[in-house]
Write a protein that binds this ligand. Structure first.
Ligand SMILES: Cc1cc2nc3c(=O)[nH]c(=O)nc-3n(C[C@H](O)[C@H](O)[C@H](O)COP(=O)(O)OP(=O)(O)OC[C@H]3O[C@@H](n4cnc5c(N)ncnc54)[C@H](O)[C@@H]3O)c2cc1C
Length: 280
C-alpha cells in the first residue's frame, strides 16, 4: 500500500504522535496506512534468549507483560510511565522509537537494553541496532512512507542482571519527562560484571553514558563507585536550557541524582538475585 502511493502514504499505529503532528500541519502524507490489524505483529515472546516485541504492541501491553516484567523489568517500568492509561492503551513502543524524541521513555529503556529493530523495506528485511535509527531530534532514519519496523528484539536479562528506570517530571502522569534514565547492572558475585546507562533528553538523541557504566565494571558496587558513575554520567550529559524542562545547570545536577537512584535500585535487585542463587 505504501508503494502504491509512491511515498505519499504514511504508516500510522496508535496515532498518539502522528494525529497531533497532522493537525499541526507537520505531516505531509496524503494517506495513512493503519498497521494495527495486520496479523503477526502483536507478539511479545522469548526465543533463544532474545525477547521479540511486535510493532502493534502498546506501552500498556509491555508494562503488563509477565515476560517483560520478569526478564526486562526496566522496559516495563519505562512503558508504565508513558502518558496516562489512554495513551498507553493505544500508543505503541515502536511508534515511540520512530518518533525519535530523545526524551521518549520506552526508547530510553530500549537503549539500555541495547535493542535492535527489524526494518522491512523493498529490498527485504534487516536487523539494525536501535542507535542507527536516530538522526536527530524527531528524525528517524527509517522513512514510514517507504519502510516499516516490524519488531524489536533484545537479550533477556539473566540471573544477577537487573535494570531500573527513573523519571523526573512535573506531574506523575500525562507529561513528558524533564529527565529520564534507565540503568542495567549485572553482578557476578559481589562484583559488577556489566553495566549500561541510558539517559534522556540530554542530547539530540537518547544518550548512552558509556564511561559512567564502564567505571563500575570489576568493582563492588558501593557508595564510592556508584557516586563516581553518577558524576561521570552528569559530566557527559549535555542538557539544554529549556523553558519547559528547567535550566541546563539544574538538569545536569539532576542527572547525577537520577542515575544514582537507578543504579542503586538495579544493584539492590541484582544483589537479591545473587543472594537467592547462593542460598539455593
Ligand atoms: C498526551 C500525551 C502524552 C504522552 N506522554 C508520553 C510520555 O510520557 N512518554 C513518552 O515517551 N511518550 C509520550 N507520548 C508520546 C506517544 O504516546 C508515544 O511516542 C507513542 O509511543 C507513539 O506510538 P503510536 O503507536 O501512537 O505512534 P503513531 O503516532 O501512530 O506514529 C508515530 C510515528 O511512528 C511512525 N510509525 C508508527 N509505527 C511504525 C512502524 N511500525 N514502522 C515505521 N514507522 C512507524 C509513524 O508514521 C509516525 O511517524 C505522549 C503523547 C500524548 C499525546
Amino acid at each position: 500500500m505504501l508503494e502504491a502511493r509512491g511515498g505519499e502514504a504514511r504508516i500510522i499505529a496508535g496515532g498518539t504522535d502522528l494525529v497531533l503532528q497532522s493537525q499541526r500541519g507537520q505531516c505531509l502524507a496524503k494517506a495513512m496506512v493503519d498497521i494495527t490489524r495486520i496479523p503477526g505483529l502483536d507478539h511479545i515472546e522469548e526465543r533463544d534468549g532474545l525477547i521479540y516485541i511486535g510493532a502493534q504492541v502498546t506501552h500498556g501491553q509491555v508494562a503488563a507483560s509477565p515476560l517483560i516484567r520478569s526478564r526486562a523489568g526496566v522496559l516495563a517500568e519505562a512503558c508504565g510511565s508513558v502518558g496516562g492509561p489512554q495513551i498507553r492503551n493505544v500508543g505503541t513502543l515502536v511508534g515511540n522509537v520512530v518518533n525519535a524524541l530523545p526524551a521518549a521513555d520506552g526508547a530510553i529503556a530500549l537503549f539500555a537494553l541495547d535493542a535492535e529493530a527489524e526494518v522491512a523495506e523493498r529490498a527485504g528485511r534487516r536487523w539494525t541496532p536501535i542507535a542507527t535509527l536516530y538522526a536527530g531530534v524527531g528524525l528517524c532514519t527509517v522513512d514510514p512512507c517507504t519502510a516499516m519496523i516490524t519488531q524489536l528484539r533484545f537479550r533477556a536479562l539473566g540471573k544477577g542482571e537487573v535494570g531500573a528506570f527513573e523519571r523526573l517530571a512535573k506531574r506523575r502522569a500525562l507529561v513528558l519527562p524533564i529527565l529520564n534514565t534507565a540503568a542495567i547492572v549485572g553482578l557476578d558475585g559481589d562484583k559488577v560484571e556489566k553495566a549500561r546507562i541510558a539517559i534522556g533528553p540530554v542530547a539530540a538523541t537518547p544518550f548512552v553514558a558509556t564511561e559512567a557504566a564502564e567505571v563500575l565494571v570489576g568493582r563492588t558496587p558501593d557508595e564510592a563507585s556508584v557516586t563516581e558513575a553518577a558524576e561521570l554520567a552528569a559530566q557527559a550529559a549535555q542538557p539544554r536550557d529549556s523553558l519547559l524542562r528547567g535550566s541546563a545547570e539544574y538538569r545536569k545536577a539532576m542527572v547525577e541524582v537520577l542515575v544514582r537512584r537507578a543504579l542503586w535500585r538495579a544493584v539492590e535487585g541484582a544483589s537479591l538475585q545473587e543472594g537467592e542463587d547462593a542460598n539455593s
